[in-house]
Structures are given as structure tokens and as C-alpha cells.
Design a protein around this ligand. Sequence first.
Ligand SMILES: Nc1nc2c(ncn2[C@@H]2O[C@H](COP(=O)(O)OP(=O)(O)OP(=O)(O)O)[C@@H](O)[C@H]2O)c(=O)[nH]1
Ligand SMILES: [Zn+2]
Length: 219
Amino acid sequence: MDNPTGLAPATDAHLPEGLRTPFATTPSTKPTKQRLRPSAAILRPSCASLGLDLSDDSLAGTPRRVAKMYVQEWFKGLDPRNRPEVRMFHNRYNYHQLLVERDITLFSCCEHHFVPIIGKAHVAYLPSASVVGLSKLNRVVQYYARRPQVQERLTRQIAEELKQSLGTDDVAVLIEADHLCVMSRGVNDTSSSTLTSEYGGQFATDHALRQEFLRQIGK
Ligand SMILES: Nc1nc2c(ncn2[C@@H]2O[C@H](COP(=O)(O)OP(=O)(O)OP(=O)(O)O)[C@@H](O)[C@H]2O)c(=O)[nH]1
Ligand SMILES: [Zn+2]
């Protein structure tokens, strides 16, 4: 469908089409207060249809609280203005071995059920002329996690962003996560978890390098 003002070009234009989060509208530039109003307005009848009394002092603020949580926290990665700037430093110390940042806290949200995905991301790369500021790896993970997601897309979006920002294909991403939609409803399985990975450049071709990455993250 023709979508000349679609959010995707603004938000995920740097990603290959299949990796873009499916957007239908442009990101709102209105102040947060005004952006909360329509979301809260939708949540109010949903609560009411469950038979809840929205005049109760505990429940009265719930639609607005949930709207605020979506816009300002859970889905802040839908706003391209929150895309982190990945700062690089000259690799004057000539560090060219594997760099692994493991156990990065990951909070995301299942796009099928709007319940949390909770887990850890492990990322690695082989530095060349530049090295990345470590916290930027966490920020990239957070930016893509804070959207409605499926784990496969999340994994590949992070890998693609790192490849572009770090200027190398030698990037590995592994995510292990628990899906509340599997744990708390449906099949109600609290013991299974989901692992996804993406290996670029030398990680795709060099078995020993991949094994070293897996060893360093305890796999
Ligand atoms: N591939 C993939 N599937 C996911 C992810 N998160 C949730 N799902 C699955 O998405 C599917 C949605 O299937 P549906 O049959 O439409 O939904 P449902 O009736 O609620 O499915 P059940 O969970 O089996 O009750 C479910 O099988 C979920 O487990 C994810 O990150 N990746
Ligand atoms: Zn789900």
C-alpha cells in the first residue's frame, strides 16, 4: 500500500525492508501530554468493558498510566529521536581481538500479546580502526527492544544497527529471553526460554571465533 508519510522511512529507513518494524503512521511530534490522550481514550472503554469501575480512585488513573508507560517507556524505541548516537573512538591501542559485552539487560514487549519479553542480550564484534563506547552497545539493544517485537526481528535489527554504526560486518548478537505470553497464558510454560542469534562477517565463516564467543557468554 502507498504510504508516502509512513513512519518507516523516518524511523527505520536505514534498515533493509524486511527488518523494519511495521509502521503505518508518522511519528507524532506533539508534546507527550497530547500524545497520551488518544492512547488513554482507547484504554478507558477496554477497562470499562471488563466491568471495572473507572470512578474507583485506584482505577481512575489506570488508562492514563498505561498510556504513559507505552509512550514514554515500553515503546520509546518507536520514536526515531531516541535512536542512540553511537560514538566511536580511534583504536590507537590496536586492540583487534574479540570484544564481548554479555548479559545486557533486555526488556521488550511481545507484539502479539503486548506482554513483556524479559531476557539478556550478548553482543560481540571485532574492532578495526575504531572502537565503540561500551554503553552504546546497551543503548542500541534498548532502542530496538523498546518496541512491540518478535525476538527474531529484534535480534537482526540490533545486529544490522551495530554493523552500520561500527562499520564492520564482524558482529555477533545472541538473545536469550522469556516470553510472558508463553509463561503466563496459553501454554503456561514457565521453564522454556528462547534463544536467537545473528552472526555477521567473520562470525559467520569462522567456526572457532563463533565458538569462542559462545564460550565467553557461557554457552
Ligand atoms: N516466532 C515468534 N513467535 C512469537 C514470539 N512471541 C510470541 N510468539 C508467538 O506468536 C504466536 C501467536 O499465535 P496465535 O495463534 O495467533 O496466538 P494465540 O492464539 O494467543 O497462541 P497461543 O500462545 O498458542 O495461545 C504464538 O505462538 C506465540 O507464542 C516471538 O518473538 N517470535
Ligand atoms: Zn506473545
